[in-house]
Ligand binder design. Structure first.
Ligand code: MSP
Length: 499
């Protein structure tokens, strides 16, 4: 089965921060998990490089827009690598391959009769690149999101007949509620649609930094349509030779945050319907990571720098913390103190110690060979069906619930050590068979949780799996590998923090 997951493409006029890293890590966790299941995976991320804010930022810095986006694309690529994301392609909306395909799709929308010429008169937020409805306007004609004055715009441009898709969109989500997750976000999308949809500008005439319309090159495409189309166009040229569209479209999951819900759940499927292209299967809308109770943003100056955290603790710790601390889908606060606590208690103690104790005992009592024995039935009940449960949760992109399920098993294994007391069994030759069973079961349990944890903790689990003599990453059930494998001790996976 094919599995195609995307992140938003980030604005090419800023620096990457933890919020961007968060969506990237989320998509990567799903991509890695699906690869473990043997699915045919494609994972896309990239940068959104057209539009007014970028042209303005370049002008301020005295460079060309192209120079500006080249620099920031480099920084975003770097972020993707640092969080250890395994994207298959990094799209930039200034790619020639993207531009050509955007033009082809928009031509199709026009051919199909959903484009007309008109005058736009209304309020526009340059930071959102969004035309605001009455109920999206704050006091004194300001943007509710950015709290800046809106621009009154009046210009001749091409319009997209969004209104023609009201009924079809409503039906899409009523009949297939799973398409937008979590459920409360679907209700937001439906409420927006049910208010009635106005047609929207498809092009802008006062901006030149964008994709020109082929039938009217004085106008450039409205940046949101240009940006949204990345998910579709990338498949056409990402691999060079092979067009991957048939293999991966429609996307399995678009991962986004709540700030861009309307664009993804309303504008995007409507535009695809107008072009006669299948709509994406599902959209997961996560919340915001907050510092205290504030949104993390560059303009508010309260950004927890993912690069610093990774430098000090490694990408695994960041990947773990974000999905453990904040339930994926909800808003949640993060903090340096919270990070350090989870690092110590959960990564270093619960998981790291379990691994080092287990490997140390097998080394000490059985010369580093996992004994061959019947799996202890005491653990079987807890491990029964575990991979299938995790798979089912990840099919719903429930990243935090899945992690919690795995952590229950990590804790169960720690309790098992305490209950079984292998160090006592080791003192008495008569307990040799029982010690074999305990060490077999413990090592086997550790192997299972390590495989399951791999998407969140790719680096440390890779080390641990090597130490466990486990070569492939395929998910496995408790008791599926017989004993006899040579294991090795490892360095602490999560070294204690130095003051
Ligand atoms: N360029 C558009 C997206 C176009 S997609 C076709 C854009 N870019 S952005 O750089 O502003 O990125 C917004 C996205 O960054 C959010 O939807 C979310 O994925 C991520 N986040 C930004 N700040 C965030 C938090 N504080 N917390 C969680 N995610 C955040 O919008």
């Amino acid at each position: 089965m094919s599995f195609y997951v995307t992140t938003p493409i980030f604005y090419g006029n800023g620096d990457p921060h933890l919020g961007h890293a968060y969506s990237t890590m989320a998509a990567d966790i799903l991509a890695r998990h699906m690869r473990q299941r043997g699915e045919d995976v494609f994972f896309l991320t990239g940068t959104d490089e057209h539009g007014e804010p970028i042209a303005q930022a370049a002008e301020k810095q005295g460079i060309t827009p192209q120079e500006l986006v080249d620099r920031s694309a480099g920084r975003f690529r770097d972020m993707v690598g640092k969080v250890n994301a395994t994207n298959d392609f990094f799209i930039r909306t200034t790619d020639q391959g993207h531009i050509e395909r955007v033009q082809a799709v928009v031509n199709k929308v026009k051919e199909n009769g959903y484009v007309y010429e008109g005058t736009y008169e209304g309020w526009y937020c340059p930071r959102c690149a969004d035309f605001k409805n009455e109920n999206e306007i704050g006091p004194g004609d300001t943007c509710l999101i950015h709290e800046i004055p809106l621009d009154r715009e009046s210009e001749q441009n091409w319009f997209f007949k969004l209104s023609a898709f009201e009924t079809e969109l409503e039906r899409l989500y009523e009949e297939n509620p799973e398409r937008i997750q979590p459920d409360f976000r679907r209700n937001e999308a439906l409420a927006f649609i049910r208010q009635g949809l106005n047609d929207i500008s498809l092009s802008r005439s006062q901006i030149s930094w964008g994709v020109p319309l082929s039938w009217d090159p004085d106008q450039v495409m409205y940046v949101w349509f240009d940006a949204l189309l990345n998910y579709y166009t990338a498949l056409g040229y990402a691999s060079g030779e092979e067009d991957l569209t048939d293999r991966f479209w429609p996307a399995s999951w678009h991962i986004i945050a709540k700030d861009i819900l309307k664009f993804h759940t309303v504008y995007w499927p409507a535009f695809l319907m107008a072009a006669g292209i299948e709509v994406p299967q599902r959209i997961f809308i996560h919340g915001y990571l907050l510092m205290g109770d504030k949104k993390m943003s560059k303009s508010l100056g309260n950004v927890l720098d993912p690069f610093e955290v990774i430098e000090k603790f490694g990408a695994d710790a960041l990947r773990f913390y974000c999905f453990r601390e904040v339930s994926f889908g909800q808003d949640g606060s993060i903090s340096t103190e919270g990070f350090e606590t989870r690092y110590e208690t959960e990564l270093a103690n619960d998981f790291g110690n379990l691994a080092s104790r287990t490997l140390a005992m097998v080394t000490r009592y059985r010369d580093g060979v996992q004994p061959d024995a019947e799996p202890d039935p005491l653990l079987a009940a807890d491990f029964d069906g575990a991979p299938a449960r995790i798979e089912a949760l990840l099919d719903e992109a429930q990243l935090s619930q899945a992690l919690e399920e795995i952590w229950v098993l990590v804790r169960r294994l720690n309790r098992y050590v305490e209950e079984a007391q292998p160090w006592v069994l080791a003192k008495n030759e008569a307990d040799a068979a029982r010690l074999d069973q305990v060490l077999y079961s413990l090592t086997e349990g550790l192997r299972i949780v390590t495989l399951l944890l791999h998407p969140w903790l790719p680096e440390s689990t890779a080390k641990l799996l090597e130490a466990l003599g486990q070569e492939d990453l395929g998910l496995a059930g408790y008791g599926s590998r017989a004993g006899g494998t040579k294991v090795e001790k490892t360095e602490p996976l999560f070294p204690k923090l130095q003051e």
